[in-house]
Design a protein around this ligand. Structure first.
Ligand code: FES
Length: 269
């Protein structure tokens, strides 16, 4: 297999082994998912003090919770004693602390070690030093973003900059007030495929007319997707007789109050 460009109209697919090689996947985990800012959870899912979620980021399990001061913290989900996974659940409410299931080391919502069997007989143990290991966290647009990097890339450049580059202006998303939108439904897909295939499929709309005819009915522009060159992020316009962004183009929900005429009747991905 080769990535040699045969025709300028086609961008070559990566060689087949890059989708199945364990070495390449490990390198991707290390250099992409464990370095970049990762959109981890909805802030609204951490409703009150003690609400937590555990999220797999690269090869690490990360524990994200809301503290008693109402702030969000994220830690490696690993007990500092013998490295057991601290929280097994995907989400839940901790009362005031997290307790390791193995020898009962207990950490408060700020990650500090607050109790352990015989801890008072071990005065040399610094409870902050043996607290949970923090990871970088940032709240933006109603989401908690996490970076496992020692020195994370600039959030302003990498995340906000990417939005600006794609949409021309951060206001294009600010107007939607995403943080205050209510969750209608959550669907989780477990896809047996390498992650790059999912991204590649999402990034092109060459397949839309054949695979998603109901979508191209609503967004006729998507039917014109060129092979691997069509950039779907600019805000595709609804068809003339389409009333709303629904499965059959019928009336949808009311317009979000902050969204102006320039973004109404468009979908932006
Ligand atoms: S491994 Fe967690 S308390 Fe021992």
């Amino acid at each position: 297999m080769t990535t040699e460009v045969v025709s300028p109209s086609l961008i070559p697919t990566l060689p087949g082994h890059t989708y199945v090689s364990e070495d390449i996947f490990r390198a991707e985990q290390e250099h992409i998912f464990e370095q970049m800012w990762f959109c981890a959870v909805r802030t609204a899912d951490l409703e009150k003090a003690g609400s937590f979620k555990t999220v797999q980021i690269g090869r690490e399990s990360v524990l994200i919770n809301r503290t008693r001061k109402g702030e969000i913290r994220a830690f490696y989900n690993i007990c500092r004693h013998r490295g057991v996974k601290l929280c097994m659940e995907e989400s839940g409410e901790a009362n005031r602390s997290f307790q390791c299931p193995y020898h009962a080391w207990t950490y408060d919502l700020e990650g500090k070690l607050i109790a352990a069997p015989n801890l008072t007989k071990m005065p040399d143990i610094d409870r902050n030093e043996y607290g949970l290991v923090k990871v970088h966290v940032r709240e933006y647009m109603g989401y908690v973003w996490v970076s496992l990097a020692d020195e994370p890339p600039s959030f302003e450049e990498d995340v906000m900059g990417a939005i600006e580059e794609r949409l021309g202006d951060l206001r294009a998303v600010d107007d939607y007030d995403i943080a205050n939108l209510s969750l209608g439904r959550r669907i989780k897909y477990d896809v047996k495929a390498n992650w790059k295939l999912i991204i590649e499929n999402f990034m092109e709309c060459y397949h839309c007319a054949t695979i998603h005819p109901e979508l191209t009915e609503v967004l006729p522009e998507f039917a014109d997707g060129l092979a691997a060159q069509y950039f779907v992020g600019h805000g595709a316009e609804f068809g003339d007789d389409i009333k709303g962004f629904t499965i059959d183009g019928s009336e949808g929900l009311d317009r979000i109050p902050g969204v102006g005429d320039d973004h109404d009747r468009r979908t932006t991905q």
